[in-house]
Ligand binder design. Structure first.
Ligand SMILES: NC(=O)c1ccc[n+]([C@@H]2O[C@H](COP(=O)([O-])OP(=O)(O)OC[C@H]3O[C@@H](n4cnc5c(N)ncnc54)[C@H](O)[C@@H]3O)[C@@H](O)[C@H]2O)c1
Length: 507
């Protein structure tokens, strides 16, 4: 362990939302902490606010009064940068502007000692660029905390092109000693979380733009079937539509306008109209005391279940469904007539086939087909989405609805969009994660940890992809790519290689 000793001063420059949170973490960990902000009086205000938060922690019994008093004695606002001369680590959390951050780092370098580490909390700028103007760029590193920093455990430790590996390791060890969960990331646009999470928002927005379903239904399906803590529409209302869109734009620009990261027109309109989310009283949904009730997700009225169904071939990650159907008292007849390696299906008495949504539209088949969406866990899911082809008659759709209702699920019937909602979202997240791993952005373990802790995903995408099978994910994306041949869904080389390697192993 080469964590910076607790006796050494940690300075935080920029005492807004993030700076205050980071200062609290370092202070509670035992360091003397200096706060500095360019706006006169702001550092002192931040110190007062931080101490008030410590008081609340004492009231809640999460911090001892003696610890609080000791912490108070270690905290000091600094009017001038020169007061940070003895810092062992400076974390900057100033305005997200490269010129401002570079100028600050240059000024700090004239003040602090040679062994002082200079860390940036930037979300979207290149750490290499922020540290690029330093005389010793090796001491520059990214420490990307998540908001609220005292509560969220994840910290991305970002090594820039010139970062000294020992500095990155010291920064990692320091954050670990502070009780956080650090993950190492290369200096790429969006680092780990803000890069890999893009499709979570983008696919929902695309389904909405295509008229697949409304925002409330898409959110409900991702929560109750996909297992995500919040749906993307409610989550971006919380983050701020402007903030979320600007992260999307900055990652898109940094990847030279790669199709895979294209921002959404619907979100642009929302931002332009001032519907920024909770902070403006309205985003995708209304907020505030006088707000009308938000729209409910589409939920089908009760229908009768069929007395029996037949199951043909392999249902892949939905293979538990026949068991659940039988448990619901519906006869399940097993048939062996599916082609090997082709997706299996559940057949309703009238001949309509239910397939797990891949990347195709249900209408592409010559038969009456209904797609059902992917669930994180079909047993635990409380909602399932169905997308019927146009040739499916009303009675068969009612049977399909009744079948899933008999399993205790709410059912949302959506339009026939390729890949539905959860399938296309998860397939893209898995592909983005595999691509990031293959390009050396982070290890698979770091990617999964970052997505679970940084954005609360129910599973890490690498692990999720392994469960779904690389072949299934690849097929889903190939079919989506056929539907939308823009390049957005072109499977990554990493996914294609992984699927091929697994097939070689199996043969
Ligand atoms: N808010 C988030 O959710 C979040 C999460 C992770 C990272 N970040 C990053 O953290 C940084 C700060 O974000 P924030 O949300 O806390 O911003 P904020 O607006 O709440 O605070 C920024 C503070 O920096 C001060 N400041 C501006 N220029 C300065 C300078 N040259 N020297 C000293 N102080 C200066 C401002 O007076 C302000 O107090 C940004 O780089 C942002 O991208 C933000």
């Amino acid at each position: 362990m080469t964590a910076i000793e607790t006796g050494r001063v940690v300075a935080v420059v920029g005492t807004g939302t993030m700076g205050q949170g980071i200062a609290q973490v370092a202070l509670v960990a035992g360091h003397p902490v200096r706060l500095h902000d360019a706006m006169p009086g702001r550092a002192a205000e931040a110190a007062t606010a931080l101490l008030a938060r410590l008081d609340r922690l004492v009231e809640k019994g999460r911090l001892g009064p003696a610890e609080r008093d000791a912490a108070r004695a270690r905290l000091r606002p600094a009017t001038h940068l020169s007061e940070l001369a003895d810092a062992g680590l400076v974390v900057e959390a100033v305005l997200e502007d490269l010129t401002v951050k570079r100028a600050l780092f240059a000024a700090l370098e004239d003040i602090v000692g040679d062994d002082c580490v200079l860390a940036t909390n930037t979300s979207s700028l290149s750490v290499t660029a922020v540290a690029g103007g330093l005389r010793r760029p090796g001491r520059g590193v990214g420490l990307h905390f998540f908001n609220p920093a005292p509560l969220l455990p994840l910290v991305e430790v970002v090594g820039g092109f010139a970062t000294d590996p020992r500095v990155a390791q010291d920064a990692y060890d320091t954050v670990l000693a502070w009780g956080k969960t650090p993950v190492r990331s290369e200096d790429t646009p969006g680092f780990i979380v803000n890069r890999i999470a893009r499709p979570f928002y983008a696919e929902a927005l695309r389904v909405y733009e295509e008229g697949g379903a409304d925002a409330a239904t898409i959110d409900a399906v991702l929560r109750e079937s996909g297992g995500f803590r919040m749906g993307p529409f409610a989550l971006t209302d919380l983050i701020g539509q402007d903030v979320n869109e600007s992260v999307t734009r900055s990652v898109w620009e940094a990847f030279s306008y790669d199709q895979k990261f294209t921002p959404s027109l619907a979100q642009r309109r929302l931002v332009e109209s001032g519907r920024l989310g909770r902070k403006s009283g309205r985003g995708w949904f209304p907020y505030g005391e006088d707000a009308e009730a938000p729209a409910a997700p589409h939920t089908a009225a009760p229908e009768a279940a069929p007395a029996s169904v037949s199951v043909h071939g392999d249902l892949f990650s939905a293979s538990v469904l026949p068991e659940l159907i039988a448990e619901a008292g519906i006869d399940v007849v097993r048939e062996d007539d599916a082609e090997p390696d082709h997706p299996g299906w559940i057949e309703l008495p009238g001949g309509t086939r239910l397939f797990l949504a891949d990347g195709s539209a249900a209408d592409n088949a010559d038969l009456p087909v209904i797609h059902f969406d992917l669930a994180l866990d079909y047993r635990a899911a409380t909602r399932i989405a169905l997308a019927p082809a146009s040739r499916v008659d009303e009675a068969s759709l009612a049977h399909a609805v009744g079948l899933f209702q008999a399993l205790g699920k709410d059912v949302s019937v959506i339009a026939d969009v390729p890949g539905m909602i959860v399938s296309r979202t998860v397939a893209m997240l898995v592909d983005f994660a595999l691509d990031a791993r293959a390009r050396g952005v982070a290890t698979g373990e770091a990617v999964d940890t970052a997505m679970r802790l940084g954005v609360n995903y129910p599973r890490g995408p690498i692990e999720w992809g392994a469960d779904l099978g690389a072949r299934w994910v690849l097929t889903a994306l190939e079919l989506l790519h056929d539907e939308y041949p823009t390049g957005r869904y072109a499977p990554s080389q990493a996914l294609r290689r992984l699927a091929a390697a697994l097939e070689d192993d199996a043969s």
